[in-house]
Ligand binder design. Structure first.
Ligand code: AGP
Length: 368
C-alpha cells in the first residue's frame, strides 16, 4: 500500500528505494551484531544452540529476485559456516516432490511474504516435517506466519515492482545467518570480526556508489540503445549478473541474458559482437585473472564491455568501468548489485518505460 508512503521528492519509487539502501541495510543489521563475540543475535529464529549446530545442509527457496538473493545466501553460508547449501526457485521445488530431510535447514525468502509458489513450498515442507525459517520483509504476512521462525528485514514498504532494497537487505540477513551458523562451527573469532566490521562499513560504501548516479545514468543511456545485453560473472558475481539482467529486463524491456563467465565459450559467446554489449561483474577476488581473460575474449570478438569491479583494468579490456569500494570479499555481491540497479533504472527512464509498474508484472504473485 503506497497510501502513506510517497516518493519523497524522487521521480519514482524505484529511485527512492534504491537511494534508501544505506538506511535499510542498517535497519536489517540493527541490534543484531555483537562486537564482543563477533556473532549475530537472531532471536527470531526460535532455535536453541543444539539445534543451530545440528544442520548438515541448507536449502533456500524463493522466486525471481528472491531466488537470486538465495544464491548469494547459499554461497555466504557455505563460505562462512561450511555447510553445504544451495538455492532453488520455490516454484520448481514445490512441483518436484523433493526429499524433505530432517537434518536440513530450509530457508524461504520473500519480500511480500505473499508469493503463492513460495508459500505453497513452505506448506509442503511443513507437511513433511521440514524445519523452515523465513527471511521476509512484510511483518505478519502469510509466509511469516507459516514458518517456524525467521529474520525480518525491516526494510520498510517496497512499492516499486522491481525489488531493490529488499534484495540487499536479504543479502545482509544471509550474512547474519551465515555468521550465526558459522560461529558455532569453525568460523574463527577473527573471521567473525572481519565480517561484522565489513557489515558495518556497508552503508557508507553504498553511499559512495549512489554518489556515482550521474555517471551511471550516462552509461545507461549509452548502453540502453541495444536490443540485448549479456551479463556475466563468476561464483559470487554470477547471482549478481542474474539479478542485474533481471532488473534490466523487467523495467526497461531490453533483452538480457545472464551467464557464468566460465560458460560463455560453451555457447553464448556466439551472441557476442558489436550489437551485444556485456556487463561484466569483476570483483578483486581469486577469480580476477580469469575474469580479465574473459573480457579479452569478448573484446576480441568486437563486443563492448561495461565492467563493474574494484579497479580500472585498462582500455584494452573494458570500454567503461564502474568502480566500487572494497569491502570483505564475501560481501562483494551486495555492493556489486547497486550499480546494476541504477543502470536498469536509468535505462528504463531513458526508454520512457513505466518504471514502477512495468507491463505484465505484479508486485507480488499471489496466484499459481
Ligand atoms: C523482483 O524485481 C521481481 N519483481 C520478482 O522477481 C520478485 O522478487 C518475486 O516475485 C518474489 O517476490 P517476493 O519476494 O515478494 O516473494
Amino acid at each position: 500500500d503506497a497510501g502513506h508512503y510517497d516518493t519523497g521528492g524522487y521521480e519514482h519509487y524505484l529511485l527512492k528505494e534504491i537511494s534508501e539502501q544505506p538506511e535499510t541495510i542498517t535497519r536489517t543489521m540493527s541490534g543484531r551484531l555483537d562486537e564482543r563475540f563477533h556473532v549475530a543475535h537472531l532471536g527470531g529464529l526460535n532455535m536453541d544452540a543444539r539445534e543451530t549446530r545440528s544442520f548438515r545442509r541448507v536449502k533456500i527457496i524463493g522466486c525471481g529476485s528472491a531466488y537470486y538473493s538465495g544464491q548469494i545466501g547459499a554461497q555466504l553460508i557455505e563460505e562462512l559456516a561450511r555447510i553445504p547449501s544451495d538455492a532453488e526457485p520455490a516454484s520448481e521445488f514445490r512441483y518436484r516432490n523433493p526429499v524433505v530431510d530432517p537434518d536440513t535447514l530450509y530457508v524461504a525468502i520473500s519480500q511480500s511474504g505473499e508469493t503463492y509458489d513460495t508459500l505453497a513450498a513452505v506448506q509442503e515442507l511443513k507437511r513433511k516435517g521440514g524445519r523452515v525459517i523465513g527471511i521476509v520483509n512484510a511483518v505478519g504476512s502469510a509466509i511469516a506466519r507459516e514458518v517456524d521462525g525467521g529474520i525480518y528485514l525491516h526494510a520498510g514498504p517496497e512499492v516499486s515492482v522491481a525489488s531493490t532494497k529488499a534484495f540487499t537487505s536479504t543479502t545482509v540477513a544471509f550474512a547474519l545467518l551465515a555468521l550465526h551458523l558459522g560461529r558455532v562451527r569453525d568460523l574463527s573469532p577473527a573471521d567473525g570480526r572481519r565480517i561484522v566490521e565489513g557489515l558495518r562499513r556497508l552503508p557508507g560504501h553504498v553511499e559512495e556508489i549512489l554518489a556515482q548516479g550521474d555517471k551511471i545514468a550516462e552509461l545507461a543511456r549509452k548502453y540502453a540503445d541495444h536490443a540485448g545485453m549479456m551479463f556475466v560473472g563468476r561464483v559470487r558475481g554470477y547471482p549478481v549478473a542474474r539479478e542485474g539482467a533481471q532488473k534490466l529486463k523487467e523495467i526497461s524491456y531490453v533483452h538480457a541474458e545472464a551467464y557464468p563467465a566460465s560458460e560463455l565459450k560453451h555457447g553464448p559467446l556466439a551472441l557476442i559482437g558489436p550489437e551485444m554489449p556485456t556487463v561484466a561483474i569483476v570483483p578483486d577476488d581469486e577469480l580476477l585473472d580469469k575474469n580479465l581473460t574473459t573480457l579479452g575474449e569478448i573484446r576480441a570478438r568486437g563486443g563492448r564491455v561495461l565492467m563493474v569491479g574494484h579497479r580500472e583494468p585498462g582500455s584494452k579490456l573494458a570500454d567503461d568501468v564502474i568502480v566500487i569500494p572494497k569491502n570483505e570479499i564475501e560481501l562483494d555481491p551486495l555492493l556489486l548489485t547497486i550499480p546494476l540497479q541504477l543502470l536498469a533504472y536509468h535505462a528504463a527512464v531513458a526508454l520512457s518505460r513505466d518504471v514502477d509498474k512495468p507491463r505484465n508484472l505484479a508486485k507480488s504473485v499471489t496466484v499459481e
